[in-house]
Write a protein that binds this ligand. Structure first.
Ligand code: 1HE
Length: 265
C-alpha cells in the first residue's frame, strides 16, 4: 500500500518534490471535528508516512478553524457504551502515537479553534505554528466530558499539570503571545501560519532523514525512560546518527570552512 493508493474522504494529502507532505483536515463545514472515520484516515496516513520517503509533514486544516475536537454530534448520535468509547480513544491514541513517534517531523499550521481533541491532535505534532486568529482551549469540563486523546500526557508536557487542570476546569482560552509563553505553540506569526509552517518544513526536509528520525522519535521515547536509560538510548542513537554516511559531506564542508556558521543575523 502506497500513500497514493489511500482513499481519503476527510483528509487531503499532497507531497511536493522536496518530500514535504501537506495533510489537510477537510471537513470545514463541521469545523474539522474529529469523527471516527477521520481518526481511521489519520492512522492510515501515519502508518505509511515513515516508509514513503516523506521528509516532513505540514498538518493543516480547511476553513477558519483548525479543529473543533471530538465530533460531538456523532458522539451524541452513537450513544456509545463506556467500552465503545474506550475503544475509540484507543484509536485516537494509535493515530497520535504514530504521528509523534513515527520519526517524520510534523508541523501544525494552526488557525482559529484548536479546541479539545483538536488541541490533542496539535500536541502530537512536533512544531506548532499559530497565527493571530488561533486560540487554544479544553472545554471538556463544561461539556461533561474528559479528554481522551492524550491531553493528560501531551498537553501536560507542553504547559504543565496546573495549567492543564485550569484549562479543563474553567475552559480558559489561550491565544497570542500568552499561548507561546505557556508553551502551547512555538511560533506566532502576523501573516499566514501555513506559509510559516511550509517554510519550516522545507528547511527541516533538507536535514538528513536519520537526524530527523532521531529527533522526532528518539526524544519522545526518551521522555518515557528513566534518566539512566535515556542517557544510554541517547548514546546509542548518537552512535548511529553521528556516524551516518549521509553526514560525511556536511562534516567535510565544516572542516574545510565552506559550511555555514551558526551566527545570529
Ligand atoms: C461540530 C463540532 C464538534 C462544530 N462536533 N460538530 N469541542 C467543542 O466543544 C467545540 C465545539 N465547537 C464550537 O465551539 C464551535 O463550532 C467553534 C467555535 C469551533 C466554531 O464556531 P462557528 O460559529 O464557526 O461554527 P458552528 O456554527 O458552531 O458549527 C458549524 C458546524 O460545525 C455545525 O454543524 P451544522 O451541521 O449545524 O452546520 C456544528 O454542529 C459543527 N461542529 N464543532 C461536531 N466538535 C477524545 S475526547 C475529546 C473531547 C473533546 O474534544 S471535547 C471538545 C469538543
Amino acid at each position: 500500500m502506497q500513500l497514493d493508493d489511500l482513499k481519503l474522504e476527510n483528509l487531503t494529502l499532497a507531497v511536493d518534490g522536496a518530500g514535504v507532505a501537506t495533510l489537510t483536515l477537510n471537513r470545514a463545514a463541521k469545523r474539522n471535528a474529529l469523527d471516527a472515520a477521520t481518526i481511521e484516515e489519520l492512522i492510515e496516513v501515519f502508518t505509511l508516512v515513515p516508509r514513503a520517503g516523506v521528509r516532513a509533514v505540514v498538518l493543516a486544516a480547511a476553513g477558519d478553524h483548525f479543529c473543533a475536537g471530538l465530533d460531538l454530534v456523532e458522539h451524541h448520535r452513537e450513544d456509545r457504551s463506556p467500552a465503545a468509547f474506550m475503544q475509540l480513544c484507543l484509536r485516537w491514541h494509535e493515530a497520535f502515537t504514530k504521528m509523534e513517534y513515527g520519526g517524520v517531523p510534523v508541523i501544525a499550521a494552526l488557525r482559529g479553534a484548536v479546541v479539545g481533541g483538536g488541541l490533542e491532535l496539535a500536541s502530537a505534532a512536533h512544531i506548532r505554528v499559530a497565527d493571530a486568529s488561533t486560540y487554544f482551549a479544553l472545554p471538556e469540563g463544561s461539556r461533561g466530558l474528559f479528554t481522551g486523546g492524550g491531553a493528560t500526557i501531551r498537553v501536560a508536557r507542553l504547559v504543565g499539570q496546573a495549567r492543564l487542570v485550569d484549562m479543563m476546569l474553567t475552559g480558559r482560552i489561550y491565544k497570542g503571545a500568552e499561548a507561546v509563553a505557556v508553551g502551547l505553540c512555538q511560533y506566532l506569526v502576523d501573516g499566514s501560519s501555513m506559509d510559516k509552517a511550509q517554510a519550516l518544513a522545507q528547511a527541516i526536509a533538507a536535514n538528513t532523514p536519520l537526524s530527523n528520525f532521531a529527533i522526532c522519535s528518539g526524544i519522545s521515547h526518551m521522555q518515557n525512560m528513566s534518566g539512566l536509560d535515556a542517557a544510554y538510548a541517547e548514546a546509542v542513537l548518537a552512535g548511529v546518527v553521528n556516524t551516518q554516511p549521509a553526514a560525511r559531506g556536511r562534516l567535510a564542508a565544516f572542516a574545510d570552512g565552506t559550511a555555514a556558521r551558526v551566527r545570529p543575523d
